[in-house]
Design a protein around this ligand. Structure first.
Ligand code: SAH
Ligand code: SF4
Ligand code: F3S
Length: 479
């Protein structure tokens, strides 16, 4: 779900990479205990860390951006691939050293790896004091108290209702311009390779009123872009009571309705969303996108594979022609310029060379703007782990992955080149990575655009004439 194109193409593994520091210094920290949170994995995890920070502030903890200063360290973990878990294990080694110097330090594991491994984590990693799954964050202050009294503390119960709708997240490490807003939790899809349904539980949608309120508050605070987050946003669904929907009669709120409500907050508030599932994205969503200029013309529509037999084994519930039909429909309704990205997995169980070629040919057909690309990593407990042998050799998976990456680099470069000579509306996010004399921000299609600073500042919209590009970035001048 992470949308960091310039990292993605060059280093696909960075999707679940750590993005430090994630915590901002709390101005009111004097005399308070200090919490340091490090987040791994998808944007939903990063958004969850902001909820955890809010819960902990109520319990008297201030956040700090240095692990060495903290009384309490949380790792909000990811379990999507084995290497995501290995990264966390390595980090725990470092924390073991820290704890030796400071024995009163408490270490908590949150998120998907915590949920997957449960109490086993306490046995395997002695440095860990607290284990809390994604639906247990309201309980964390109590778990911390238990840990402070010298016991190990665990809560990994998954909920059918929890959406943290009433908790106002504390924006961590924010640029003050763009923010993530969770609109649902969990996933009911059961793709055979995927651990998420086990780590995040059943799918549930968040009250639309609380979503609109959060987006409105963000706009009032100066934010100009919200990304609505869910594992499968197109299956968002909320049934309003008659009272809530008055003066209209009670009705179901779909993702398209929600998009429209958020888009109506203000024309200067941009809306993005992730992730769309090819089986669920509707014409209604595409038409809503077309109707509102402030809904960005960019869709992340993960294919995973270009071959129908593999897609069936993956339990994605669509085949190649269906997927192509969705792409055609997007371009019919939103035009050729709509940005489209994908996730691709190489070397899934029993994938043949010809089937891998079909992933490449699907990429040729679509010409994605970006892709997040991975070698298949078997996850214990998933349907694929139970039913199919992980029978593609690692070097073959890697070679296929490299072919997929190389193909995507070509396509990204081509898709970027077509912006040369165009004037793009860009929301300024801050100074560019390389130089303070430059600013950067994204265009509608989520591409990073870099340009000379001039008199402008973050949070403003500017029109930029694109003059050059790489496969990762566009460059230009404000006009
Ligand atoms: N809900 C989103 C994806 C969430 S996980 C969706 O349905 O598209 C993000 C991506 O990680 C997936 O799209 C998939 O490409 C990849 N992924 C998930 N499990 C994986 C595994 N076991 N091995 C390799 N990649 C995996
Ligand atoms: Fe995993 Fe599939 Fe759900 Fe995405 S839709 S989170 S890939 S089970
Ligand atoms: Fe996200 Fe990783 Fe969990 S991708 S949902 S943090 S397994």
């Amino acid at each position: 779900m992470t949308l960091i194109p310039e990292l993605t193409i060059l280093q696909p593994a960075d999707k679940e990479g750590i993005d430090q520091p994630r915590t901002s210094e709390d101005e009111l920290a004097v005399g308070k205990k200090r919490l340091y949170i490090e987040s791994y994995g998808c944007q939903m995890n990063f958004a969850d860390s902001e909820i955890v920070a809010a819960v902990m502030r109520n319990a008297g903890f201030a956040t700090t951006s240095t692990a060495e200063d903290a009384d309490l360290i949380f790792l909000n973990t990811c379990a999507i691939r084995d290497n995501a878990e290995q990264k966390v294990r390595n980090r725990l080694k470092h924390l073991t050293g820290l704890k030796r110097q400071k024995p009163e330090l408490l270490v908590g594991m949150l998120g998907c790896m915590a949920e997957r491994l449960k109490t086993k984590l306490l046995e395997e990693e002695k440095v860990v004091d607290i284990v809390a799954g994604p639906d247990a964050y309201r309980d964390i202050p109590k778990l911390v108290e238990e840990a402070e009294s010298g016991q190990k503390a665990v809560n990994v119960f998954l909920s059918r209702e929890e959406t943290y709708a009433d908790i106002a997240p504390i924006r961590l490490n924010s640029n003050g311009v763009t923010a993530f807003v969770s609109i649902m939790r969990g996933c009911d899809n059961m793709c055979s390779f995927c651990v998420v349904p086990f780590t995040r539980g059943r799918e549930r949608s968040r009250d639309p009123h609380s979503i609109v309120r959060e987006c409105q508050d963000l706009f009032d605070q100066g934010y100009r872009e919200v990304t609505l987050l869910g594992q499968n946003v197109d299956s968002y669904k909320w049934t309003e009571t008659a009272e809530e929907s008055a003066p209209q009669p009670a009705s179901a709120v779909t993702f398209a309705n929600l998009l429209e409500r958020v888009a109506q907050i203000h024309p200067d508030l941009r809306i993005r969303f992730s992730t769309s599932h090819p089986k669920d994205i509707t014409d209604e969503v595409l038409f809503t996108m077309a109707r509102y200029d402030n809904i960005c013309k960019y869709i992340h529509l993960p294919a995973q594979s270009g071959n129908s037999r593999v897609l069936k084994l993956m339990n994605r519930t669509y085949d190649r022609p269906w997927y192509i039909g969705k792409i055609d429909r997007i371009r019919e309704i939103l035009g050729q310029d709509c940005g489209i990205s994908t996730d691709m997995i190489s070397g899934f169980c029993t994938e043949t060379e010809e089937e891998h070629q079909e992933s490449l040919s699907l990429m040729d057909y679509v010409r994605y703007d970006y892709a997040y690309m991975f070698a298949y990593s078997e996850r214990p407990g998933t349907l694929a782990a139970k039913k199919y042998a992980d029978d593609i050799a690692e070097d073959v998976k890697k070679r296929r992955l490299n072919e997929i990456i190389a193909r995507q680099l070509e396509h990204s470069a081509q898709r970027n080149q077509r912006h040369i000579g165009q004037v793009q509306r860009v929301l300024i996010e801050g100074p560019s990575k390389r130089s303070d004399a430059e600013l950067c921000g994204r265009n509608d299609q989520n591409k990073m655009v870099v340009f000379p600073r001039g008199q402008y500042q973050k949070g403003q919209y500017v029109n930029v004439l694109v003059t050059e590009c790489t496969s990762a970035t566009l460059r230009g001048e404000i006009v």
